[in-house]
Design a protein around this ligand. Structure first.
Ligand code: 5AD
Length: 351
């Protein structure tokens, strides 16, 4: 009863006490989880219905100048076959995606110094011109505000940049000292100022993360009010310093997803590849807890294995852009369907 009252109050007031967040995050009780997840998916359905937006994810480069301890494409990993796509390859992926029905292209990559900014701006302009009805999302890491502005002016609409953890000491346990949480946070606010729809989020169960850290992240996202929220379990990668660390907890991830939906009713929340990787029905569980986006892989098939952020990353079947029918079949089973709309953020209409 107490649990239900907390969930109802979160739905109503969109905020809780820290101890209450922890209770919701950590519950393993099947009935409590069912109640939390249903509340979240009801809120989502009341706004977005039962259509799930799709985004074509084009992994444009696995070169990266950063050395994040958790990430498989970190600079120091010499086992990676590095690649980056040229303009023609990216435009071809967009064309294939468009024909499959995608109306959002997400260009994601490591912080690759060799894509000079000029070239990226040129690519964005070309996509904007060829596909005026599509949204362009970027996920290219930390840049200067001037650079972000140029991307925006070239026609990009959205930007994904997870903050990973808001706690400075924890951030420093996950990243070498040339990376700073203050920079990350500054980038996020600058992106918002420029007018991007902004996405942020965390890995759940990253090494050294405590439940209090997650509560701090909840508070940060409450301040930031991002239009998109990306959450997935931490998964180890064999060629990183964190290779022997435990993976994140699937249930905590899904509970957090539901909490985010209740706090941010209009947000675009993907059921992430990491969730689909940690268990076979992870994608479905995310949707049933309030996620409303999936991001099938639209990268050239020959490079997919090389964009390995963690072990066994799903990139086949329902995770593959060319197999939307498999995704549709899975969604049908749980009462959902693919939405081929562009899927922009819906601003709340205040009564
Ligand atoms: N496990 C899970 N997620 C990861 N990411 C990077 N490495 C891992 C990993 N080992 C996530 C980060 C990043 C996003 C693109 O992928 O949160 O922001």
């Amino acid at each position: 009863q107490k649990f239900k009252e907390i969930v109802d109050r979160l739905k109503e007031k969109r905020t809780l006490q820290d101890e209450e967040y922890k209770l919701l995050l950590q519950t393993k009780d099947a009935q409590e989880q069912a109640y939390l997840h249903k509340a979240a998916r009801d809120v989502c359905q009341s706004i977005y219905g039962n259509g799930i937006f799709i985004r074509g994810l084009i992994e444009i480069s696995n070169y990266c100048k950063n050395d994040c301890y958790y990430c498989g494409i970190r600079k120091s990993n010499h086992h990676v076959k590095r690649y980056h796509l040229n303009k023609e390859e990216i435009l071809l992926a967009c064309k294939q995606g468009y024909e499959l029905g995608f109306r959002t292209f997400v260009m994601q990559g490591g912080e690759d110094g060799s894509y000079d900014d000029h070239m990226m701006v040129d690519i964005i302009k070309s996509i904007r011109k060829s596909y005026p009805d599509c949204a362009i999302t970027l996920s290219l890491g930390e840049k200067s505000k001037e650079m972000y502005q140029q991307y925006y002016d070239a026609g990009a609409n959205r930007y994904l940049l997870r903050h990973e953890t808001i706690c400075e000491s924890h951030y420093n346990q996950l990243h070498p000292s040339n990376m700073q949480i203050q920079n990350r946070v500054q980038c996020l606010w600058e992106l918002k100022e420029i007018g991007f729809q902004v996405g942020s989020g965390i890995m759940v169960g990253s090494p050294y993360q405590s439940i209090d850290h997650i509560v701090e992240d909840i508070h940060f996202l409450e301040q930031l009010q991002p239009q998109m929220i990306g959450l997935g379990p931490y998964l180890p990668h064999k060629d990183t310093p964190f290779k022997d660390e435990a993976k994140g907890d699937e249930q905590v991830t899904i509970n957090l997803l539901a909490i985010m939906r209740l706090m941010h009713p209009q947000a675009l929340i993907p059921s992430t590849t990491a969730l689909a990787t940690i268990s076979d029905d992870g994608r479905e569980k995310g949707i049933l807890a309030g996620a409303n986006v999936v991001m099938p892989n639209l990268s050239p098939v020959k490079h997919r294995e090389s964009y390995s952020l963690y072990n066994d990353k799903a990139n086949m079947n329902a995770e593959a852009a060319e197999s939307l029918h498999l995704l549709e079949a899975r969604l049908q089973k749980i009462g959902y369907t693919i939405s081929y709309d562009r899927g922009d953020y819906k601003k709340e209409v205040k009564k």
